[in-house]
Design a protein around this ligand. Sequence first.
Ligand code: GTP
Ligand code: K
Ligand code: MG
Length: 435
Amino acid sequence: MDTIFALSSGALPAAIGIVRLSGPKAGDALQALVGRLPQPRTAALVRVREPESGAAIDQALALWFPAPSSETGENMAELQLHGGRAVVAAVFAALGRMDGLRLAVPGEFTRRALANGHMDLPAVEALADLIAAETEQQRGQAIGQMLGGLSRRADAWRQQIISAQARIEAAIDFSDEGDVSEDVAAASLKEVAGLRAELDAVLAEAQRGERVRDGIVVAIAGPPNAGKSSLVNAIAQRDVAIVSPIAGTTRDVIEVHLDLQGYPVTIIDTAGIHDSSEPIEQEGIRRARLRAEGADLVLWLDDLSGQPSLPEAFGADVWRVGSKSDLVDSSAKQRADWLTSTRSGDGVGELVSAIGSYVAERYGRGESRIITRERHRLAIQDSRDALLRAEAAALGDEVVAEELRLAGRALERLLGRIDVEHVLDAVFRDFCIGK
Ligand SMILES: Nc1nc2c(ncn2[C@@H]2O[C@H](COP(=O)(O)OP(=O)(O)OP(=O)(O)O)[C@@H](O)[C@H]2O)c(=O)[nH]1
Ligand SMILES: [K+]
Ligand SMILES: [Mg+2]
């Protein structure tokens, strides 16, 4: 097993540059650089020297974490250097010359922690989410999961399934004893039904966690020239989209990322939807429809100047938003849920607050969000389906026990206890070097 090292802190130059090592030779390498091994888990002020010449490289804090009480479960060492490029380069050069040491690949420390059972798969996923989190709600969700939110629940479900399975298997073995075994099996199946209902409830809310992780999409759609791009610019307070009096200006889908009440919200500007014979515009309209259909909320914009343009039926909630309110008389205003003018600025701030409240209400209420990825949802769904099949099978039947076994396996997959290899690449794709 190689000993790996990497810069675990951010871009240089910086006040401090943290270099971490993990593997069998981490202690030897630290000793070669600083002359001694500090007390385990206690920071020590040390002189870092080039091992061959003895020339000073830096003065630093050193930490030593002997296996197995370290993040990876291996011997680990950490140097908190001054964060200069040449300082870190000199330390890397010295480490690179040592036998059995090499630079880590992205996520390799965490991969070792997983392999050594110091983290489970949901915790690894949550760590990636925590590092990627840009809003308060994303952070809260990620740390909750990293500290075991999902794992604890899934493990409790698994224990319940195993115990029901054991009782049903015993009932099968003692089936010649008649009534008693039937009662036991019936009671166990009742428990299974209760658990299945619990999984159903969690699955019904699955979308919330996934959306908070990935971002909640609000699409601005409507007829050409309604002022969609102007509204997107007003919301972003930046000139992100091209605005012009020419109908059909926007063709590509443009995204703006916002933090509303701690939730990540992606506002998308789309091509004006109407019957067009122009092929490029047609493609833009096709993309606009597609994004609006996948959105969580559609703002249907209409400048209220002519016949009301009817919102198309999308899968999402639709708000009718009147635009250019500086141009219309009060009678037209009854046709919209919201009125805005990007010229005067009226109504834009209110609309944005209303979107924030809508998102907080829709994604914040209810149980804590424990499903944050499709992978979690599919595994829990598999478990739930097996429980349902168990309920449907005859009492005391071997099929019941087998379905319960499958239900338990789906949860073990969720926790990364089995079949972990084929999901690892997807999980570690987002990791950076040094993590
Ligand atoms: N008076 C007034 N004009 C506006 C307002 N908002 C936008 N406009 C004008 O309306 C015209 C169309 O605006 P855009 O934002 O390009 O409209 P759009 O819906 O994105 O248009 P397409 O991308 O072509 O579908 C431009 O000339 C804008 O200056 C407003 O609040 N008041
Ligand atoms: K336009
Ligand atoms: Mg536009």
